[in-house]
Design a protein around this ligand. Structure first.
Ligand code: AHM
Ligand code: MG
Length: 329
């Protein structure tokens, strides 16, 4: 019988840390199960479409964004160990008062890729966990570089619902069956080089020169591989494929979003940790003017909703981007 998520988390850590993180993961898994149940039947239950409110990102919130956010926050509120939630859907951190034992801040995109919901394409829940050290308020606890993440996970609501996590001891995958997340892939290893690149090429004219040169290099065979192109437009779907099959996903700066579109704290950081723990890499793509290419996990966040450019995937492709960018600088 395959290990459950909670059994796996406990087995990999000392008793005290294992118990705390197992409890946290069980609560996150419960929220994910609520979200997946709602998504599975959304077209029948008036759960699709806009909620009629614009979030802090200036994006139309979908009804399911609101449901997913409430599910994650509700689950975290019930845990003595969680002092606050920083969510894409909330302007300010949601701080839970009266929790003297709070030791974690949970940072989340509760439903990423929600523009794909109405067309029945994969969406995901992304979570990063940072520790609250003595005397720290929730905001300060969240605004730490990704190297300090305690844990990272995502749930991919695809043909199967999969939860992929790391606590810094490898990247492991679980599949939901009969209400239980069961181990379906231990110590995932991202291929060193992969067959796909993944980018919104409609923005190519706005990309910095280094990014355009890099895309040419991927296409012209000089990387020694013949690449195919895949782009879902749901980060979790595009990342999950990259994790399993290899290759590269990038979201560079554009004229509209010179600093990139994806958010550092709850999109780039958790997936960068999961990528690195699987043997992959994640860097910035510089900015619209070129700019420095940096390891994502070392970027110091300046605000909860700060955005970043991103290149993430196999070592061969992410390193090659760094080389192209260095040559162009
Ligand atoms: P969201 O958090 O509002 O759903 O936006 C993030 C999504 C990612 O899932 C995806 O990688 C990206 O936006 C796609 O952006 P674009 O449509 O510009 O290609
Ligand atoms: Mg999102």
């Amino acid at each position: 019988m395959a290990k459950t998520l909670v059994e796996h988390v406990r087995a990999g850590l000392d008793a005290e840390r294992g118990a705390a993180l197992a409890e946290l993961f069980a609560a996150l898994a419960d929220a994910a199960k609520q979200i997946e149940a709602r998504i599975r039947t959304a077209p029948l239950s008036d759960a699709l479409g806009a909620f009629g409110h614009t979030n802090v990102q200036g994006e139309q919130q979908q009804k399911l964004d609101v449901f997913a956010n409430d599910a994650v926050i509700g689950a975290m509120r019930a845990l003595p160990s969680v002092g606050a939630v920083v969510s894409e859907e909330d302007d300010e951190p949601v701080v839970f008062e009266g929790k003297p034992d709070a030791r974690f801040v949970v940072i989340t995109d509760p439903l990423d890729g929600s523009s794909n919901l109405d067309v029945d394409v994969n969406v995901g829940t992304i979570v990063s966990v940072q520790a609250i050290v003595a005397g720290e308020d929730a905001r300060a606890a969240a605004l730490k570089p990704g190297t300090q993440q305690v844990a990272a996970l995502y749930v991919n609501y695809g043909p199967a619902t999969m939860l992929v996590y790391t606590v810094g001891k490898g990247t492991h995958a679980f599949t939901l069956r009969d209400g239980e997340f069961l181990l379906s892939g231990e110590h995932l290893a991202m291929p060193e080089q992969g067959p796909y690149y993944s980018v919104n090429e409609a923005n190519a004219a706005d990309f910095p020169q280094a990014v355009r040169s890099y895309l040419t290099k991927l296409r012209d065979g000089s990387m020694g591989a013949k690449y195919g192109s895949r782009y879902v437009g749901s980060f979790i779907a595009d990342f999950h494929r990259t994790l399993l099959k290899g290759g590269v996903f990038l979201y560079p700066g554009t004229a509209k979003a010179p600093g990139g579109k994806l958010r550092l704290l709850y999109e780039a950081n958790p997936l960068a940790m999961l990528a690195e723990q699987a043997g992959g890499k994640a860097t910035t793509a510089g900015d619209a003017n070129g700019g420095e290419v940096r390891r994502i996990l070392e970027v110091v966040p300046t605000a909860p909703h700060v955005r970043t450019t991103l290149v993430i995937g196999s070592t061969a492709e992410v390193s090659a981007f760094g080389d192209v960018a260095a040559a162009a600088a």
